[in-house]
Ligand binder design. Sequence first.
Ligand SMILES: C[S@@+](CC[C@H](N)C(=O)[O-])C[C@H]1O[C@@H](n2cnc3c(N)ncnc32)[C@H](O)[C@@H]1O
Length: 405
Amino acid sequence: MKISIMTLFPEMCNAVLGESIIGRAREKGIIEIEAVNIRDYTTDRHNNVDDATYGGGMGMLMQAQPIYDCYKAISEKSKSDKPHLIYMSPQGKTLTQQRVKELSELDEIVILCGHYEGVDERVLEEIVDEEISVGDYVLTGGELPALMLADAVARMIDGVLPNDEAKSLESHYDGLLEYPQYTRPFEWHGKEVPEVLISGHHENIDKWRRQQSLKRTFERRPDMLEKAELTKKDLEYLETLRKAELWDAYDKDFALIPGLTLERGKRIPDGVFHLVCDIIVQHTDGTYLLMQRDKRKHFGGMWEATAGGSALMGESPAQCAKRELCEETGIISDSLTEVGRVVNSDNRSIYVEFYCRTDCDKQSIVLQDGETSAFKWVSAQELISMKKDELVTERMQNFVDELKV
Ligand SMILES: C[S@@+](CC[C@H](N)C(=O)[O-])C[C@H]1O[C@@H](n2cnc3c(N)ncnc32)[C@H](O)[C@@H]1O
C-alpha cells in the first residue's frame, strides 16, 4: 500500500513515520509512505501558499492552486486514475476502526493536511473524496490527524505488526473495548494480577477476557454495544450486568416501593433502602468459611465471614442469597435459612442474613475473581474472637454468637 501525505510540513511527518513499527515497515518495503511538500507546487514567485480570506476575517487560507497541482503530480505517478483523497478536517466524519479497515484495503490513499484557517473550498469540492475528523476539537494543522490516520491504516496491513493476530484482539476491532492487561511483576503496589491469568486454563482465560471486554464496553462505551457482534452468551452476560445496575426500592419496613427503581452508584433518596443479602457458611464439621477480600478492593486483605451482595431487580432475598453464594463460593444450596435482618440507614441498605450449612468438600470453594483471593475455615470461637482490623464487619460475629452453633 502507498500513502501520500500532502503537507506544508513534511519534516514533521517524516520524523514520526521514520520511527518504531511504521518506520521498520517502511524500511522493509511492506508499506510506502511519502510526505509531499505542497509548497514545491506554488507558482507564486514568493513561494506563498496562503492568502487572506475573501469577506474579511482573521487568519489566512491555503490556496487552491498549489494543492491542486500537488495532487495532480501524485496522481500522475499513481496506478489509479484518481487516487482516493482524504482531507483531514474537523468538519469530516469522525474516524472509526471500521473506516480504517476499509481504507487499508485500498492500494493507495492520499491525505491532505490543512493549515491556518483551512483550505479554499473550491479545491476541496473539485478533488477531495472524503473528509475525516479525528474528533470534535480543533488542531492548528492537519499533520497530526494525518499521522494518526496513516498509523492506524498502516498497522492493518499484513506484515506491519510483529504479530498480525494482535490487531484483531485490540479495542474497537470487533466493536468492543479490549480487556485489562498485566505484565510482570505479579504484585505491584499491593495489587496482584487476577488469579485466572496465571491459572494456565486457556478456556477460563478466554472467558474472563471476553467478559472483561464486554464489561468495559458496557461501562465506558455502551453505545458501541449496539453495533458489536454478540453471541447468545455475550448477551446473557450483558443482561446480568444490566440487572446488577438496577435495584428494587424498599421502605424501612422492607415493603417494596412500587414504581421506584434504584441505580447502582446513584444517590438513594432519604427513607429508601435497597436489599443486600449476606450468607454465613458453616460446614457440617462446625467450622465457618472466611474469604479474604481482593487487595484491589476496598478493605482489601481483610476477611469476610459472609458471601453476599446487592439483590438484582426483581430478586427475592432467597433468590439473591442463592445466586450470590454460588457466584462467590461455588456452593449450590437450596437450603438457606434466614437468620436475621438489619436496617442500616447510613448506607441505605436492608441486610437480610442467611445461614448455609454444607457438607461440601472444604477445598472445593471457587472464589469470585476480583472479589476475593483466599479462603479458610475457622471454628466459631476463632471467628468470634477475630479482631476489628481483621474482619470487614463484626455483624457476623454477633450472629454466630446468637446462633450458638
Ligand atoms: C485551525 S484548523 C481549520 C479549522 C476550520 N477553520 C474549521 O473551522 O473547520 C486547520 C487545519 O487543521 C486540521 N484539523 C484541525 N482539527 C482537526 C480535526 N479535529 N480533525 C482533522 N483535522 C483537523 C485541518 O486540516 C484544518 O484544515
